[in-house]
Design a protein around this ligand. Structure first.
Ligand code: MCA
Ligand code: AMP
Length: 487
């Protein structure tokens, strides 16, 4: 099934109904239908055909929604790119995805590597204004790819997960149903639209249900009280760092917000049980924590009705099968730790142009998540860690190897290990333990170079100098034996 018929309940069926507000602009679903049709005509006139990749490198704005809808209609493969990415990340993703063009704004175009075709978002919008408002659409099926979303997997270089219309349809349909979305909901969208939490969950729950959306350019905790107070959302999705920031709200304001908020969902990183409890006390609202991945969209969630158990991610969604396996691939008994394997219409079709990586990640039709967890006798799943040394900071992923490779290239660095240290807001922050040749190592120069190459959230919070890295007899670095970072 194409996604379009699911969107049509809103785009066509609720054409006159208010759909969204952003920066003082209010649009109906009919406006969104017309805007995306006009953009689709423009993209087609610029030569885009079904299966072509079109990347966007944009902060949240309505044009991202227009691009997504136009991509759905034209059978394009849309490639969302994190706005915080810098030279290395951008070069890698754009060389791998080979998009026809990258749509960006004039203030961000300078970050894009030379040789990439850049389309200015405002120029595209101006060019689209006189285009026909009638729909330009091609047929799609469940298997038609819709998006390449880059995720680091377990290796240093990130890989594009090929997500199809069917993957997004299954995920969106399940969430709207399980989370009881109706057109009366008001969803405050502050998550970035370049990751699946904001895009596949947020945008699709909104479009499938026909509720109302308030979009913000990004999450800013200093504005949260104003946004919640003015907009009066019934639904909010966030990463744990956002819920931690929301604990700074005055008690009376928080109570009033909580009284209207029927659903607060946390995901993308572990939500500490203590934050779950503090949020309940302050807002009177019980956070629903769920677990997903870019490759699989959502897998497991706490129930809408019933116990939302702190520290757990709940039970598999109805359309997803989950089994917990030992290293040999045999299912372990409940109460025993193993790796989560998942199967279902939500799981992506593979990694873009990487048959070996795809072959390594799937086994007998099951996707091996790399996440370690256990299932209680009553079915609730608790995540316990990961097979790889992924660091999650503020809900953004950092693969240490990617940073280590670049740090090792710097003058005076003999050895390096990047590890996550606990952080009260972001969950974890990266710390680089280095063995250096002090005469040659220039920390300020290394820091400046890293900033030009990688996203801000990947930057080491500190360089800790050590005499040697702890290693096993086989030479593997034992990150757990490094001295704790004292901040
Ligand atoms: C963050 N920063 C940004 C943006 N977001 N800068 C520009 N535009 C943005 N959109 C930078 C800031 O400049 C700053 O950089 C740093 O991030 C922290 O910003 P701050 O305002 O201090 O915010 P905070 O209170 O620490 O909160 C950070 C945050 C951010 C807003 C929660 O981490 C965030 O948006 N996280 C969402 C990540 C997400 O959507 N993950 C979903 C992945 P500096 O460090 O230089 O000061 S999808 C996924 O994982 C799976 C599938 C799943 O299950 O959902
Ligand atoms: P990504 O593939 O970049 O979207 O990141 C997905 C990873 O985020 C998963 O493999 C988990 O390790 C982690 N994750 C997502 N949701 C949760 C959660 N509720 N609790 C703990 N980890 C989570």
């Amino acid at each position: 099934m194409s996604l379009l018929p699911l969107f049509d309940a809103s785009l066509l069926g609720r054409a006159a109904q208010p759909a969204l507000e952003f920066g003082g602009v209010a649009l109906t679903f009919g406006d969104l239908e017309a805007r995306s049709n006009r953009l689709a005509h423009t993209l087609r006139a610029r030569g885009l055909k079904p299966g072509d990749r079109l990347a966007f490198f944009l902060q949240n704005r309505v044009d991202v929604i227009d691009l997504w809808l136009a991509g759905v209609k034209l059978g394009l493969i849309v490639v969302p790119v994190n706005v915080l990415y810098r030279e290395r990340e951008l070069k890698h993703i754009l060389a791998d995805a080979e998009p026809t063009a990258v749509v960006t704004s004039s203030d961000m175009a300078g970050f894009l590597p030379a040789g990439v075709t850049v389309w200015d978002v405002d120029v595209l919008a101006a060019e689209s204004a006189p285009a026909p408002a009638e729909r330009a659409a091609v047929a799609a099926t469940s298997d038609t790819p819709l998006s390449l979303i880059y995720t680091s997997g377990t290796t240093g270089a990130s890989k594009g997960a090929v997500l199809t219309h069917g993957n997004f349809a299954a995920n969106g349909h399940a969430l709207v149903t399980e989370w009881r979305f109706t057109e009366r909901d008001r969803y405050l969208a502050t998550l970035p639209l370049f990751h699946v939490h904001g895009l596949a969950n947020g945008i699709h729950c909104w479009l499938f249900s026909g509720c109302h959306l308030r979009l913000t350019e990004r999450f800013e905790h200093a504005k949260a009280a104003e946004w919640f107070g003015e907009y009066r959302p019934t639904v909010f999705f966030g990463v744990p760092a956002m819920f931690i920031r929301l604990l700074e709200m005055p008690a009376d304001v928080a109570r009033a917000i909580g009284a209207r908020l029927r659903l607060a969902v946390s995901g993308s990183a572990p939500l500490p049980a203590e934050i779950h409890e503090k949020f309940r006390q302050l807002y009177g609202s019980v956070i629903l924590e769920r677990y997903g991945m870019t490759e699989t969209l959502m897998n497991v969630g706490n129930p809408y009705e019933g116990e939302r158990r702190p520290g757990t991610v709940g039970k598999p969604f109805a359309h997803v099968q989950v089994k917990i396996c030992d290293e040999a691939g045999a299912t372990v008994p409940d109460g025993t730790t193993g790796e989560l394997w998942v199967k279902g219409p939500n799981v992506c079709s593979g990694y873009w142009r990487r048959p070996e990586a795809s072959a390594a990640a799937w086994r007998d039709g099951w996707f091996q998540t790399g996440d370690i967890g256990e299932r209680a006798l009553d079915g609730y799943i608790t995540l316990k860690g990961r097979r790889s040394d992924l660091i999650i900071s503020g809900g953004f992923n950092i693969y240490p190897r990617e940073m280590e490779e670049l740090i090792l290239e710097q003058a005076g660095v003999r050895e390096v290990a990047v590890v996550g240290a606990p952080d009260s807001v972001r969950g974890e922050v990266p710390i680089a333990y280095v063995v250096v040749d002090a005469a040659k190592f220039d920390e300020a120069a290394v820091t400046a170079h890293l900033r030009s190459q990688f996203a801000s959230f990947k930057q080491p919070r500190a360089f800790v100098r050590v005499d040697a890295l702890p290693r096993t007899a086989l030479g593997k670095v034992q990150k757990r034996l490094l001295p704790p970072w004292k901040g």
